[in-house]
Write a protein that binds this ligand. Structure first.
Ligand SMILES: [Fe+2]
Length: 272
């Protein structure tokens, strides 16, 4: 069985005069067909709007006629410009979609299952010189981490990270007799954080990853650990776990200007 992995498509940021938002679903569906992928995993940050994100996932599923599984990223939760924000309601919206695997692990077969959640950052990836109080501000050198403006979970980030890690553990328990693929949006493998020292990411790495899943990766002997968010394209094996980050990222981070080529170069394949 061939499983495709992709993340951080940012279809609203990446559309332009040549490539419309709806072109993205067609390009991804074409790539699924070309690679003969049986199942596609999307690790979040499709767009800055939950309805647009859901429409994209549904469209790719319809066009490709394949199973698509999804966890939302921080951008998919944004309620941009809305005065009354309750991000928990957006989480409920996503959980109600059939493609979401939050709180409902996907059983592939007798041997394999997929567990997924957005997860959240817990500040442990930042340089130690910053205090929790400084990191909680979410701003550094005049730059503001945009989740601070566009989400409101009614909880602090570190508590949210622990809450989501507990939800992941509950799901892992449901399939603990199987080989597990874990998919989060946030980075759960510290090597994939932005390399430090770095002029801004010594601070902003706080919002890239979490250490709350470290023990779970070991305890449940996760085979593949998929994530997004950091806009890298990496694959690394350590202690029997294959860590995968398959982010399209923003157009200004691409190596070419061609959307089809970039999506082709981004999608990673797992064969089980
Ligand atoms: Fe993200």
């Amino acid at each position: 069985m061939k499983i495709g992995v992709i993340s951080d498509l940012h279809i609203d940021n990446n559309c332009n005069e040549q490539v419309s938002i709806s072109d993205f679903s067609r390009i991804v569906a074409d790539e699924i067909g070309e690679q003969q992928v049986d199942l596609l995993l999307v690790a979040g940050d499709v767009s800055n709007n939950h309805e647009m994100t859901h429409q994209f996932i549904a469209k790719v599923k319809q066009l490709s006629n394949r199973e698509i599984l999804f966890v939302p990223g921080n951008h998919d939760y944004w309620l941009k410009g809305q005065e009354e924000k309750d991000t928990n309601k957006v989480l409920e919206y996503f959980k109600a979609q059939e493609e979401s695997i939050i709180e409902k692990p996907f059983i592939i077969n007798d041997n394999w299952a997929i567990v997924g959640h957005s997860a959240w950052y817990d500040y442990t990836f930042a340089d130690k010189r910053f205090s929790i109080e400084e990191l909680s501000e979410g701003s550094f050198n005049g730059r503001v981490w945009q989740d601070k403006l566009n989400t409101d979970w009614k909880l602090d980030d570190r508590t949210l990270s622990k809450k989501f890690a507990a939800a992941i553990q509950a799901d892992l328990n449901k399939v603990k007799d199987k080989n597990i693929i874990l998919m989060t949006h946030m980075v759960t493998y510290k090597n994939f954080g932005v390399k430090m020292p770095h002029p801004v990411f010594d601070y902003f790495n706080a919002f890239i990853g979490t250490s709350d899943c470290n023990q779970l990766l070991q305890d449940y002997q996760i085979k593949y650990n998929i994530m997004g968010h950091v806009h890298h394209r990496q694959r690394e094996e350590e202690n029997g776990i294959t860590h995968i980050c398959a982010c399209l990222g923003n157009r200004n981070e691409w190596q070419t200007t061609d959307t089809v080529t970039e999506i082709k170069n981004t999608m990673q394949i797992i064969v089980i």
